[in-house]
Ligand binder design. Structure first.
Ligand code: SF4
Ligand code: SF4
Length: 160
């Protein structure tokens, strides 16, 4: 299978990263970069230089807070580009094990974080119902959620 042309896909989506001047404003604005090895400027550089960005673990360290995108002096849609690159990666079968695990929970329970007794007790203590307004409260809807996930082939993306 041929390697996807990340830069072209970004350009076709109206997400041109070629105007980046490597000023570093994005990295300096990045709360995730303060605690992880994420360097947003380097991610943008890799996207336009054609490096193997799809296998770069830092791609998944962005918390999509949009700080960088709001501040980029070139108006580059950095986060939108990161999300597109992540989508390409997932379609290439590249996903962190943790994301695969969480996705399997969504497929099975309709929730990335299924409710547990501790959370139910906490909700009750706050005067909320035991269950949120989701498939936990309406279990009959779980089959509908699964049908939706299958119809967009999410199950195939998640399987290894
Ligand atoms: S803030 Fe914009 S122009 Fe500056 S390095 Fe980041 S992406 Fe490039
Ligand atoms: S959107 Fe992502 S890359 Fe941009 S500042 Fe926030 S965490 Fe950093």
């Amino acid at each position: 299978m041929s390697k996807p042309d990340v830069l072209k896909i970004l350009q076709d989506a109206g997400l041109d990263v070629l105007t980046c001047i490597q000023c570093g404003t994005c990295s300096g604005s990045c709360p995730s970069g303060r605690y992880t090895s994420l360097n947003t400027r380097r991610i943008v550089r890799k996207a336009h230089k054609g490096g193997d960005i799809l296998h770069d673990d830092k791609l998944w360290m962005c918390a999509t807070c949009y700080n960088c995108q709001e501040r980029c002096p070139r108006g580059i849609k950095i986060v939108d580009a990161i999300l597109v690159i992540r989508t390409i990666a997932v379609h290439e079968g590249i996903m962190l094990p943790e994301h695969r695990d969480v996705s399997r929970l969504v497929l099975e329970y309709g929730h990335a974080v299924p409710i547990n007794n501790a959370t139910m007790e906490m909700r009750e203590g706050l005067g909320l119902g035991s269950f949120p307004e989701t498939v936990h409260k309406y279990p009959d809807a779980l089959e509908d959620v699964k049908t939706l996930l299958r119809s967009c082939e999410f199950d195939k993306l998640v399987q290894e």
